[in-house]
Design a protein around this ligand. Structure first.
Ligand SMILES: [Fe+2]
Length: 247
């Protein structure tokens, strides 16, 4: 079973469609690690598309905030403005679907899904020390996480925790990780709709556990078109500008 793993789509339909086109024919089951909406201009279109594709989806902090399942006191003003705009745009049906998304960790298709950290869905995992508990506690050899919008990951084989560089070069569209039976993995497929690792291309992963490989992809998309829709919607300018620099 080949899994297409997406996260942090953030209502960016152009990035989602470019990724689906690039990955066409390479996967059988879709997995989404949350933040379906927030920041981007296409919340209904992206939510409907993910529903229609039958993706196994867990909630992210933006999905929760939009569905009023968490306060936005900790959100910066720009993120808060985007949450409010997103809520005003969503159909009741899509809002209801987002509100009903399960919380990670969730075991599905032989992997574990979390939005942020294994122990706390809203915590960020950037460093080895932040990754360690998830690597030790997860119920699966491979755990996928999102939230940081950084493509990459960690592996663990007692006593060594390794930071994995899993990022295709600028002139390449993918790189592959070979899974070793003796190791555990915590992997971030990268953000579809708002990358923050200095590569503005949409990021995702394709996992093939039977063949012990996970591919990490980057795909270009029409950033200018998305920026125009964001400006038309009067979404905050810093959110518009960051798409082209990928941070
Ligand atoms: Fe996010």
């Amino acid at each position: 079973m080949r899994l297409l793993v997406l996260t942090d789509i953030h209502a960016n339909l152009s990035a989602l469609e470019a990724s689906l086109t690039a990955a066409e024919g390479s996967w059988q089951r879709l997995i989404c690690l949350g933040d379906v909406v927030g920041y981007g201009p296409d919340p209904n279109e992206v939510t409907s598309r993910i529903r229609e594709l039958g993706a196994v989806t867990i909630r992210g902090n933006h999905d929760k905030a939009v569905a009023e399942l968490m306060p936005t006191d900790d959100f910066n003003p720009v993120a808060k403005a985007a949450v409010n705009w997103t809520r005003s745009q969503l159909s009741n049906e899509n809002l209801g679907w987002l509100a009903g998304l399960p919380q990670g960790p969730l075991e599905a298709e032989g992997v574990v899904l979390v939005h942020g950290a294994f122990q706390d869905e809203d915590e960020y995992v950037f460093t080895p020390s932040q990754a360690l508990e998830g690597l030790l506690d997860s119920t699966s050899q491979v755990t996928f996480f999102g939230h940081t919008h950084h493509q990459g990951g960690f592996s663990y084989q007692d006593p060594e925790l390794e930071v994995l560089s899993l990022h295709p070069r600028t002139n390449e569209s993918r790189c592959a990780l070979r899974l070793e039976d003796s190791k555990r993995y915590l992997l971030n497929p990268g953000s579809i709709g708002q990358p923050r690792d200095t590569d503005p291309r949409a990021g995702f992963a394709i996992a093939d556990l039977e063949n012990h490989t996970v591919e990490f992809w980057r795909v270009p998309y029409d950033i200018a078109g998305v920026q125009k829709r964001m400006r038309d919607a009067k979404l905050p300018e810093p959110l518009v500008l960051r798409l082209q620099v990928g941070r």
